[in-house]
Ligand binder design. Sequence first.
Ligand code: XMP
Length: 530
Amino acid sequence: MSDINAPSQKVFVLDFGAQYGQLIARRVRDLGVYSEIVPCDITADELKEKNPSAIILSGGPASVYAEGAPDIDPEILNLGVPVLGFCYGQQIMAKTLGGTVSHVDEGEYGRATLHRKGQSRILDGTPETQTVWMSHRDAVTEAPEGFTVTGSTDICPVASMEDASRNLYATQFHPEVHHTEYGETILRNFLFKISGLEANWSMEDFIDRTVEDIRKKVGNDRVILALSGGVDSSVVAALFSRAIGKQVTCVFVNHGLLRKNEPEEVEHVFTKVFDVDFVHVHAEQRYLDLLRGVTEPEKKRQLIGTEFWKVFFEEAQKLDGVKYLAQGTIYPDIIESGARKTGSKSSKIKSHHNLIPFPEGVHFDLIEPLDHLFKDEVRELGTKLGLPSNIVYRQPFPGPGLAIRIIGEVTADKLRMLRDADAIVREEIDAYNEKLYKETGVRDSEHSVWQYFAVLPSIRSVGVMGDERTYAHPIIVRAVESRDAMTADWAKLPYEVLSKISSRIVDEVPGVNRVAYDITSKPPATIEWE
Ligand code: XMP
């Protein structure tokens, strides 16, 4: 939806496979300038069409002379738009313009000391000697004609260079990482002093612009939205409520696999707080029938996903005059699915567009207003729109819900036990996280437990309660520390927190007589049990 959210200034980050690619775009946005990532094989003509205000060439793992190493359309450096290259970005600039890139004897990884030389527009306002963050093996050993070398380290002769007359700047080090002491000054110099941009990208502007664009695009038509109760779809619903009120129908498919009180909260928010046309589809029994006898995890996932769209489209077809389907696709989904907007050759994975299983003869045009926002920007947007914090800061929750936290067959009774036990786990660890927050003053993944929940395996064990022998289910508590779910470590919860969780679960949840704590990291385990 390129016609929604088109800010007046845009900085494009050409991605050469950087470890820090998303980080560069984030830093630029943090400084108040809108930024997007595009694949490095974009042509100068394609880029020109996007009307860039400034261009950043990211780092990358390759060696510029290696076979198949990513290259750049040389005309990009002649567009008359300021360009800043980092690491591989500096090397590709040097190679393209006739400088020399060599394999140096010693790689440089981590902290290094930069010694400035002479005047520099990009290093303006930074001291003669400063700490920078390096991560390279190759280096520019001779700057291209017209360039001045503005800094070096003991290992790297050209640690920064510039040709101010052509508005080309580059550093071997990474200004986007926090360890580079004056990284922010360097980025500010590039954006504001050199490129003449204004800091005008803010969530308030985003809301105003997006609301106006949605109104213009939708006119008098109707929009439908599948509301899952998750952060992204809830934020989209709040945004459409602001833009077109009851012209949007939010279909909430209640599959009965959400956590305790979640369906009630979703219904409350979208009937009492936001003005939308809200449809609560009670599909709980339908899902129980569907999942009867199913024990294989992937089969559960597939059945739940397919049924979701079936139920949704059954509702959608009951409504007249719906032209658009709104979706909460966010920027990392787009980046991970291969930059569909630039039509990059490297795009291998199908975009979200192709994943919606429209029934025969049914089609809606998609509107994806969050498709250029990072997750924390989506949360900020949700907060600004007035969504409650328990929705905006909801911990990650899998689409198939509690069904993949019941190991084996899903039944109504097991769902009841798991839901009640899970509510206790969350209450107690929420309280623990609050305590950590009070002690540290920081609320982030390093200072709080990241994801925590209960799991119910389909086994029973012997216990004793009062004078009676019991033969009942155990609950497994899973609580992990992580940044991005790719790797995770089990949370070292204090014994008193674990002890309280354990006694509350066996006291308060009939059918459970034992509690275990999962002390496995990922890898080798996964966060979920199925
Ligand atoms: P694993 O279990 O693979 O989980 O370590 C990593 C993260 O992904 C979430 N997860 C899912 N999310 N549909 C989702 O939307 C799924 O089928 C699914 N499986 C796992 C999990 O909660 C964790 O945050």
